[in-house]
Design a protein around this ligand. Structure first.
Ligand code: TXA
Ligand code: MG
Length: 325
């Protein structure tokens, strides 16, 4: 487990411009000092990530977040609520503060910046000790399944795995909700555990899903979160040679793995990526997934599944969430 020496070593590595893997409550992150361009470039290189795809910066408090982004009343409201009170994973996209020392590689040249305060104690301790923002996408090769355990990170990067702070299995298991507050109406770019309903109840106004066709969040790219085997969704039973990933009571049909036998969507979210990884192997030739209800964090679960199963061009989030629209 992570101790003081590990934190010291992680800080040394980061200040020298190298990468560290840190656990967060959502997924493990591949962290670099966001003020060092060369360090941030290493994230893109190790992940083989397209450079047009900007990164989230992680800080320890709303106060620190305000050094890097301009927070409107609305941004302050949601940040206070979800970063400091009812801890629920939220990234806000806000205008970037002028003349900051943030590497332009972090924002991929945009005039806005995505910021979040994670709630995982290891990530928070690292940020408190390091005192500089950390750019951190999920710690996996681009388009692959996001890691929710240290083992999954090691599986993705093998011997290239950077220094890793161990933090157990991620409790949420899906990436943070991304809320864009630079548009006229607050817009969710990527659904997550912090639902539209939760955001609307704090903002007291409608929050919409993006219908923008431009790639603004990684979840809008083709083959994101994808296993190697093909994925079939909303299946009541598997074909021959398919693995079956169940949800809820499957009666007498025994699934190979069950996201949540008691139909708990939070448990299913925490299990999704690790179970997809576990079934992504011979002798299976595909993975069939049981239907997942479309409410609460089920919206984010279905979003990840649709994208993992869709071998097509970038999909606007609104279309992915409402395929019939
Ligand atoms: O839960 C999470 O958010 C995880 C953990 C490690 O914190 N991080 C994560 O980062 O999922 P990443 O890089 O995979 O997703 C961040 C996405 C970017 O790819 C990008 O599309 C969007 O956030 N983003 C970043 N800056 C943006 C901006 N200025 N405008 C719009 N979208 C932005
Ligand atoms: Mg990712």
């Amino acid at each position: 487990m992570t101790n003081t020496l590990n934190f010291e070593k992680a800080c040394q590595i980061l200040s020298c411009g190298d990468l560290v893997v840190m656990p967060t409550e959502t997924v493990y992150g591949l962290a670099a000092d966001a003020t060092q361009g060369m360090a941030v470039a290493k994230i893109y290189e190790l992940k083989s990530r397209p450079s047009f795809n900007p990164l989230i910066i992680h800080v320890d408090t709303l106060d620190h977040a305000q050094q890097w982004g301009v927070f409107s009343e609305e941004a302050l409201k949601v940040a206070e609520e979800f970063w400091h009170c009812n801890l629920s994973p939220l990234t806000v996209v806000v205008p970037i503060k002028k003349d900051t020392l943030l590497s332009s590689l972090v924002t991929a040249g945009l005039e806005s910046v995505a910021i979040r305060v994670p709630s995982h104690p290891v990530a928070l301790s690292l940020l408190k000790i390091y005192q500089r923002p950390l750019a951190a996408p999920s710690a996996n090769r681009s388009t692959h399944i996001s890691p929710t355990t240290a083992r999954a990170v090691q599986k993705s990067f093998g011997r290239q795995t950077p220094f890793l702070l161990e933090g157990g299995a991620c409790t949420i298991g899906l990436e943070s909700t991304i809320l864009d507050l630079t548009t006229k109406d607050p817009t969710v770019l990527r659904p997550g555990a912090t639902t539209v309903e939760m955001l609307e109840s704090i903002l007291q106004k409608p929050v919409r899903y993006t219908t923008d066709k431009a790639i603004k969040a990684p979840g809008m790219m083709k083959r994101h979160y994808a296993p190697n085997l093909s994925l079939r969704l909303n299946c009541l039973q598997p074909e021959k040679d398919e693995a079956f990933l169940g949800f809820g009571d499957q009666g007498t049909r025994k699934p190979d793995l069950n996201l949540s036998a008691k139909s708990d969507l939070k448990e299913a979210a925490a299990n999704l990526f690790s179970m997809m990884l576990a079934l992504d192997r011979a002798p299976f030739r595909g993975i069939a997934v049981a239907p997942i209800p479309f409410y609460g964090i089920g919206v984010a679960l279905n979003d990840r599944l649709v994208r993992a199963a869709t071998p097509s061009d970038p999909l606007p989030l609104g279309d992915a969430l409402h395929p019939q629209a």
